[in-house]
Design a protein around this ligand. Structure first.
Ligand SMILES: C[S@@+](CC[C@H](N)C(=O)[O-])C[C@H]1O[C@@H](n2cnc3c(N)ncnc32)[C@H](O)[C@@H]1O
Length: 222
């Protein structure tokens, strides 16, 4: 959804909030004039510069809650999967709205407890968040559709919403593939790995699936 929209718009000057290693930014670069891509994590920006450098992308360390660019300096500002890593996500949304002269695009994973596999995915995410929190990594629960909608409505904005439902099965192995890294960052890796074993035992034979995707397109000009 986000990528299709950017391909369709072929924007001139774009800002990417929370680009991580730049893999998605690089994928979009051929459809944009120039992209400034920021991430709060200097290691991520270093990786982006090393692995996903393109002549029309400028990577820089920056905080989506307070970005040092002028008002309306971009025709399109987007974020993909970064808002739920920002506790004060409303500040980041406000900055996106300030920085764009027209389009603000948001793509976030969404939780929906409509099936057993979905409910198991929510439990798995909650468990993963516990270890990430202790490891000092900022990652919060997915922002609900109602919360995001409510915030944009309250600001009197024109916006459209699309939801891509996904019930594709996932494996617990895949879901927890980075767990060990976080477990050992907490300084009590053995404790967390034991908790993971217990969790996996409890979930044995129980289905889990991928998240849905929420896409929001805000137009400042209509
Ligand atoms: C799940 S990654 C998203 C990566 C990328 N957008 C993609 O879809 O491939 C979330 C990123 O948001 C970054 N992030 C967290 N808080 C941020 C903030 N306040 N400002 C900018 N980036 C932030 C994290 O460092 C992380 O790299």
């Amino acid at each position: 959804m986000l990528k299709d929209k950017i391909v369709e718009l072929n924007p001139e000057r774009v800002l990417d909030i929370g680009c991580r290693d730049g893999s998605f930014t690089a994928e979009l670069s051929q459809y944009c004039g120039e992209i400034i891509a920021i991430d709060i994590n200097p290691d991520a920006v270093e990786r982006a510069l090393k692995d996903n450098s393109k002549s029309n992308i400028e990577y820089m360390v920056g905080d989506g809650r307070s970005v040092e660019f002028d008002d309306a300096g971009f025709d399109l500002v987007y974020e993909k999967d970064a808002l739920h890593h920002i506790k004060e996500w409303q500040q980041a949304v406000d900055e996106m709205l300030r920085l764009s002269s027209n389009y603000v695009l948001i793509e976030e994973p969404l939780n929906d407890p409509r099936s057993e596999a979905k409910r198991n995915a929510i439990m798995a995410q909650e468990f993963f968040l516990e270890v990430q929190r202790e490891a000092g990594y900022s990652h919060f629960k997915y922002i609900s559709l109602e919360t995001l909608k409510g915030y944009l409505k309250h600001k009197g904005l024109n916006f459209e919403i699309e939801i891509e439902k996904c019930d594709e099965p996932e494996t617990y192995e895949h879901h927890f593939d980075q767990f060990e890294e976080f477990a050992f960052k907490t300084g009590r890796g053995d404790y967390w790995m034991k908790r993971l074993d217990d969790f996996l035992d409890e979930m044995k034979g129980r289905p889990i699936c991928q998240s849905d995707t929420l896409f929001i397109e805000v137009r400042k000009l209509k």
